[in-house]
Design a protein around this ligand. Structure first.
Ligand code: PEP
Ligand code: MN
Length: 358
C-alpha cells in the first residue's frame, strides 16, 4: 500500500467498507487488516467495517446470512482490531441482538425502509438508544418514504441518524443494477441538510467495473461519504459476488478519488450564473404564459365538446420540439422528457377546468 497524504476532503467524509455478508472470521479479519493498514497510512479514513449478518434475499433458498454466529465474529473483530463494526437490521429482534453484541453502527436496508410497519418496529426497539443508524433509500423512488423512515427513527432514538443512497429498483435500470436517480439523492440532501448522506456505489452499480466511477460521482455531488462492498475473494462471495471489489481494486478506488472544491467560484462563473438566473426567470415566465393559453384552449375544448387529449396535435408538438432540439444540438431524450412534463401539467390544468365547470 502506498502512503499518500493527498486524500484530504475539506469536509467531513465517512467511509464504511466490508463484505456484503459476513462469511467467516478469516474473511472479516482480512478486510479488517486492510482497513487498519489503510488508516495508518492515509488521511482519508475508513470509519467502520461493514458486513451483513441477516441478508434479505430475493429467492428462498439463497444464502441469507450466518445470523448470531456472524455477530460473534463481528464482536471479535471489534475487540481485536479496535475498528468500529456495522451491520444491517431489519427487525426489532435484530436491533436487540446488535445491542447485546455491542455492534457500533446499524444500517437499515432498502427493502426495510420501504415498509413503514418494520420501520416503526425498528424505531421502537431503538427507543432511547444512542447507536448511530444509517437509513438506505427505499427500493422505489419515493423520497417521502425515505424521509418518513428517518422521521420514525428520529422520534425514538437519541443517536446520530444518517442516510445512504443505494439507487432505486426500476424495471429497466441498465447499465446499473439500481438506477441512481441522483436528483432524488440531491433533493434528500437539500431538504434534510442535517442528515449526512453516503453513496453506496456497490448496490447502484451491481458490477465491479462501475463502482469507482459511481463513487466519484457521489463525491462530486457532495455526498458525505461512501459505503462500499469489499471482499478478499469477491468471485467466491455468497452474496452480491459481481459487485464486490477485491482489496486491491478498493485501494485503487480510494487512491483515485478526487475531492474538488465545491464552495468557491470564479468571477466568470458568478457572471455566467447571473445570466443563468435571468434565463431561468424567462423560462418560468414563458411556461406560465404557455399554461395560461393551455387553460384557454381547455375552455374552448369544453365548449365544443372536444376531448382533452388530442393525440395528433400532441404528436405534432413533440415532433416540432425534437426538430428544434436537433437544430440546437440538444439531447433528444432530454427534450422529450421536458415536453412530457409540460404536457402532463397541461392535461392536468385542462382536466381540472373541466371538473370545475361540470
Ligand atoms: C447491503 O448493504 O448489503 C444491502 C442488502 O443493501 P440494500 O439494502 O441497499 O440492498
Ligand atoms: Mn450487498
Amino acid at each position: 500500500m502506498q502512503a499518500s497524504k493527498q486524500q484530504t476532503p475539506a469536509r467531513q467524509f465517512t467511509t464504511f467498507a466490508g463484505p456484503c455478508s459476513a462469511e467467516s472470521l478469516s474473511q472479516l479479519k482480512a478486510v479488517a487488516r486492510f482497513i487498519k493498514k489503510w488508516n495508518e497510512e492515509h488521511n482519508l479514513q475508513i470509519q467502520a467495517l461493514r458486513a451483513g449478518v441477516w441478508k434479505p434475499r430475493t429467492h428462498p433458498g439463497e444464502f441469507d446470512g450466518y445470523g448470531t454466529q456472524a455477530l460473534e465474529w463481528l464482536q471479535q473483530i471489534k475487540t481485536e482490531s479496535g475498528l468500529a463494526v456495522a451491520t444491517e437490521v431489519a427487525t426489532a429482534h435484530h436491533v436487540e441482538c446488535c445491542l447485546k453484541a455491542g455492534i457500533d453502527i446499524l444500517w437499515v436496508g432498502a427493502r426495510t425502509t420501504s415498509n413503514p410497519f418494520l420501520m416503526q418496529e425498528i424505531a421502537s426497539a431503538l427507543q432511547g438508544c444512542s447507536l448511530p443508524v444509517w437509513i438506505k433509500n427505499p427500493i422505489s423512488p419515493d423520497l417521502g418514504l425515505w424521509r418518513g423512515a428517518v422521521e420514525r427513527v428520529a422520534a425514538t432514538s437519541k443517536g446520530f441518524i444518517g442516510a445512504i443512497h443505494r439507487g432505486f429498483g426500476l424495471y429497466n435500470s441498465a447499465p446499473y443494477r439500481n438506477a441512481p436517480l441522483w436528483e432524488i439523492a440531491v433533493e434528500m440532501k437539500r431538504s434534510c441538510p442535517h442528515i449526512p448522506l453516503l453513496c453506496d456505489p456497490s448496490h447502484i452499480g451491481g458490477k465491479r467495473d462501475l463502482v469507482a466511477e459511481i463513487a466519484q460521482t457521489g463525491v462530486d455531488l457532495e455526498m458525505d461519504g461512501l459505503m462500499i462492498e469489499v471482499h478478499p475473494e469477491p468471485e467466491k462471495a455468497l452474496s452480491d459476488a459481481r459487485q464486490q471489489l477485491d482489496l486491491k481494486a478498493f485501494e485503487q478506488l480510494l487512491s483515485g478519488l478526487r475531492f474538488r472544491d465545491t464552495q468557491s467560484s470564479t468571477a466568470r462563473m458568478t457572471q455566467i450564473r447571473c445570466i443563468l438566473d435571468e434565463i431561468d426567470d424567462e423560462l418560468v415566465q414563458l411556461i406560465a404564459r404557455r399554461m395560461r393559453l393551455v387553460e384557454e384552449i381547455g375552455k374552448l375544448k369544453k365548449a365544443s365538446n372536444l376531448s382533452v387529449l388530442q393525440m395528433d396535435r400532441w404528436n405534432t408538438v413533440v415532433e416540432r420540439a425534437l426538430d428544434q432540439a436537433r437544430t440546437q444540438g440538444l439531447d433528444e431524450n432530454f427534450v422529450r422528457s421536458l415536453f412530457n412534463c409540460i404536457h402532463s401539467e397541461a392535461l392536468r390544468l385542462q382536466q381540472d377546468s373541466k371538473k370545475e365547470e361540470n
